[in-house]
Design a protein around this ligand. Structure first.
Ligand code: GDP
Ligand code: MG
Length: 406
């Protein structure tokens, strides 16, 4: 079964469950007997509740209003979370918070992507050139990638003709199916887990331009692995600015993990040299290497990364075990261009997509998959230590399209 059919089935089942939710609400005892399914229904209820309350808070179309209320929401959320962390470190509670956070963090992308497509279909009169132009614009706005938007629109012209689709639902279905098919063909998300060394320290190298969130992501991941009982070491190999070293140092203190650092402007490879020796000699489980994102030119970048790699492999032949490219999702097409450049200079094994909490441009997940063929392994949903999530591409893409499948 193709992914489109799987999504369609899931969508139908959820819609069926949705109507059951109404019954469940009025008959709680029935829900209690229903085991696993009850959880699904509860999710459905809370998801519906989120959507409804968002609509209530944002009755006007004016963006300013919605932005203000977003800010207020976040401030409230922060307070609530701090209290939860301090007073109730219960595991169950945090799993629940996790789910909510994830859904809320991605809601912006989901709703806007869906809204854009919905608006397009709402204005649908006939399948003519104007329609295809609007479709192309909609796709570009959603950041599915320029190439993807153009080629998809071309393919759809043929497909719509071929299937002689005329009704709105037909055309809508052909479009959604085509997008999901393209995404499906480019599949590689079995690879989303972090690859660990079979023996000795696992080395994870972080690359990406300045400001995308490398240091923050290391801080979050180091904390996560520390919590799992791993012995974690950080290497402050972004020696370009003193501020960068200090920032990683603060994360090390906060996480309670060790760090290797040298003065500003030291050779990054010298930091890596010291760190990899320490990691090996003192039996660390994971070494995170923070790097500078200076992109003056490709040759410099390539040389700097190659030098670090050489230093690493001298001590640990199969290091680095992961090269994670960090991309800022709010920068859209720019992020894709950066990714292409880094892919040409080093073996990127995975992507961390940050700042998804601040963007409605979730279509970039499709673009990354279709154009780069590198799995997104983690997503950043905020600046705090708990705002990092493993990424499930199928779930995310399903979220983008659900409700649009006819
Ligand atoms: P680096 O230069 O690549 O190391 O980037 P930094 O880790 O210093 O991050 C740059 C800025 O982005 C900082 O202000 C971070 O707090 C912020 N940031 C990083 N990740 C996220 C995220 O997932 N969401 C949000 N909203 N901000 C983030
Ligand atoms: Mg940094």
């Amino acid at each position: 079964m193709g992914l489109f059919d799987i999504f369609k089935k899931r969508n139908n089942e959820e819609e069926k469950n949705n109507s059951k939710v109404e019954e469940v609400k009025s008959d709680e005892t029935a829900a209690v007997d229903d085991g696993q399914k009850t959880d699904d229904k509860v999710d459905q209820v809370s998801e519906q509740a989120t959507v409804t309350s968002e609509k209530e808070q944002e009755p006007s179309d004016q963006e300013e209003d919605s932005k203000e209320s977003d800010v207020d929401d976040n401030a409230d959320e922060e307070k609530v979370e701090e209290q939860t962390v301090e007073k109730q470190p219960s595991a169950e509670k945090s799993v629940e918070d996790d789910q909510t956070k994830f859904t809320e963090g991605l809601e912006k992308s989901r709703s806007t992507f869906g809204e854009r497509l919905n608006r397009l279909f709402a204005n649908f009169r006939s399948v003519d050139e104007d329609f295809f132009e609007d479709l192309e614009d909609t796709l570009i706005e959603s950041d599915v990638g320029f190439d993807m938007a153009v080629s998809l629109t071309d393919q759809l012209r043929d497909e719509v003709k071929l299937q002689n689709s005329k009704s709105k639902d037909d055309v809508q279905n052909v479009i959604i199916q085509k997008m999901i098919d393209i995404y499906d063909q480019n599949g590689n998300d079995e690879n989303t887990e972090i690859h660990f060394a079979s023996q000795g320290p696992t080395v994870i190298l972080f690359v990406g331009v300045n400001g995308v969130g490398k240091t923050t992501t290391i801080g979050k991941m180091a904390n996560m692995y520390k919590q799992q009982g791993k012995k974690v070491l950080l290497a402050a190999a972004d020696t370009f600015r003193a501020g960068a070293i200090q920032q990683l140092d603060e994360w090390a203190k906060r996480d309670g993990v060790d760090i290797v650092k040298k003065p500003e402007q030291s050779d990054p490879s010298a930091v890596v040299y010291e760190a990899v020796h320490k990691a090996k000699d003192e039996n660390y489980d994971i070494l995170f290497v923070d790097t500078a994102g200076r992109l003056q030119n490709k040759v410099n970048l390539m040389n700097e990364l190659a030098k670090m790699k050489k230093v690493l492999t001298r001590e640990i032949p199969d290091a680095p075990h992961e090269v994670l490219l960090v991309l800022d999702s709010t920068t859209g097409q720019n992020a894709l261009n950066q990714a292409k450049l880094f892919k040409e200079t080093t073996n990127v094994s995975g992507i961390v997509l940050t700042k998804l909490d601040g963007t409605a441009k979730g279509g970039i997940v499709l673009a990354i998959r279709n154009e780069l063929h590198v799995p997104v392994k983690y997503v950043g949903l905020g600046e705090k230590v708990e705002d990092l999530r493993e990424f499930n591409a199928n779930d995310f893409v399903y979220g983008l399209f659900k409700g649009l499948i006819k």
